[in-house]
Design a protein around this ligand. Structure first.
Ligand code: NAP
Length: 236
């Protein structure tokens, strides 16, 4: 065991420097459920070649697999209190929630969500099951050529409230009780993106923005589209 006064990280390192077997179980379970990117063999090699501290980083990278451990064994050992899933459709989430002896219920499902993909049904489903929603790509991202920020409706609403289009897109999610995670490397924009709590969109404006829905998905995860559990083959 680590010395008295050791940081939680040191304790984690201590556990996982011995713990490939458990980590492997977590990764494998994850792979068995739904997985698109992890290569167990590669991960095992990486694990063996790393120092304990680097192993901790590896483990954090595979942490997506933790919630799938229905008996909670690995999650308990890493002092995991909150777990989340991403890109789960409602059937996958239902399957997870219905697992016998599930000890760590996911608190959030992180999905692509913005006015062109409003995800009404999935949001309703998740919120009815007490799983919060987290909206990724809320501003339309940077590389797929979607000009969400230039959409005339968003522009009109932005002018009305004297806010930027990005602030309207973020406020839109907040008012739907959706957690929203914009990304920016620009300090001015980061500041702008948190200044979204001093105004409220009217019901009409919310409906106008919801009316932009066109079921347009940017992150289609093409690497996984032939996987049996590809999440985007059903409506929601
Ligand atoms: N779970 C998943 O499968 C998944 C998939 C995709 C993304 N995500 C996560 O979701 C988060 C955000 O998604 P994202 O980066 O794809 O898309 P996003 O936040 O919708 O868009 C990011 C783009 O918007 C720009 N931007 C940020 N704030 C702005 C503002 N106030 N005004 C104008 N432009 C602004 C950024 O530029 P600058 O950076 O140049 O300022 C960047 O080009 C990230 O943390 C990402 O890791 C998760």
């Amino acid at each position: 065991m680590p010395a008295r006064g050791a940081s939680p990280d040191d304790e984690l390192i201590d556990i996982f420097s011995k713990g490939w077997k458990e980590a492997q179980t977590g990764v494998r379970t994850h792979v068995a459920e739904w997985n698109t990117g992890w290569n167990c063999e590669k991960l095992r090699t990486t694990w063996k070649s790393k120092s304990p501290r680097k192993r901790l980083i590896v483990l954090r990278k595979v942490s997506k697999g933790f919630p799938i451990l229905s008996d909670g064994s690995l999650a308990q050992k890493v002092w995991c209190f909150f777990i989340g899933v991403s890109n789960f459709n409602h059937e996958q989430l239902e399957r997870l929630l219905n697992k016998p002896n599930l000890r760590f219920k996911p608190i959030t499902n992180q999905i692509e969500c913005h006015p062109y993909l409003t995800q009404k049904d999935l949001i309703r489903f998740c919120q009815s099951r007490d799983v919060s929603m987290t909206a990724y790509r809320p501003l339309g991202g940077s590389s797929e050529g979607v000009d969400l920020l230039d959409d005339p409706v968003i522009q009109r609403v932005a002018q009305k409230y004297n806010k930027s289009p990005a602030q309207i897109l973020l406020r839109f999610q907040i008012q739907r009780n959706v957690i929203v995670i914009p990304k920016s490397v620009t300090p001015k924009r980061i500041l702008e993106n948190i200044q979204v709590f001093d105004f409220e969109l009217s019901e009409q404006d919310m409906n106008d923005i919801l009316g932009l829905d066109r079921n347009f998905r940017m992150c289609r995860l093409p690497i996984a589209e032939h996987h049996k559990d590809y999440p985007f083959n059903i409506d929601y």
